[in-house]
Design a protein around this ligand. Structure first.
Ligand code: MN
Length: 195
């Protein structure tokens, strides 16, 4: 089973994440920011991963440390669950609409961090989530999973829809990239022989 369980404690946040890449979409998350919970649920549901996340952050400051650090630990869990990446597809992409919003995510589990993010959010806040933190979450995931990650919101007039279409597209792209390649089950998908 491709699973990981990671705990991370700092003065700003205390986080526990459990991840099963070969799950069914089960999700139990509590970050203290309702809309962020809603987004993590999209990753589990549409990524077909089981995800538990208990996040206690310094929300009296703002949501920044909570969201960024959740991204760090999710990225670490993803990297650990993938192991040597033998047999995975490696690349994934998805273009997902939510009503008027349309988002495209293209990713490579390359081992190298890199986030290329474009979204002009229609509102500064989405519920209790500062829309600027969507980028911060994915920056942390990219850094700690070792993932090249291109995220483009191509259209959108509602910030809830923009963010949700991004998370759904990320989930679908990730699901494709971590899937097992039936024609190369024992192969690390790189001419270097390592990822
Ligand atoms: Mn929604």
């Amino acid at each position: 089973m491709r699973t990981a369980a990671i705990s991370r404690n700092t003065k700003e946040t205390q986080i526990k994440v459990r991840l099963n890449l070969d799950g069914t979409g089960r999700c139990a998350v509590n970050t203290g920011i309702g809309f962020f919970d809603h987004m993590l649920e999209q990753i589990a549901r549409h990524g077909l991963m089981d995800l538990e996340a208990q996040v206690e952050g310094d929300l009296y400051v703002d949501g920044h440390h909570t969201v960024e650090d959740a991204g760090i630990v999710f990225g670490q869990a993803l990297k650990e669950a993938l192991g040597d990446k033998k047999g995975i597809v490696r690349y994934g992409q998805a273009c997902i609409p939510l009503d008027e919003s349309l988002s495209r995510v293209v990713l490579d589990l390359s081992g190298r961090p890199g986030l290329y993010f474009s979204c002009d959010f229609a509102a500064p806040m989405i519920g209790a989530l500062d829309s600027q933190l969507v980028r911060e979450f994915f920056q942390a995931v990219s850094n700690h999973a070792g993932m090249t990650l291109h995220i483009d919101n191509l259209k959108g007039e509602n910030a809830h829809h923009q963010a949700e279409s991004i998370f759904k597209a990320f989930a679908r792209a990730l699901r494709a990239a971590v899937a097992t390649d039936a024609r190369a089950a024992d192969v690390i998908p790189s001419t270097k022989g390592a990822l």
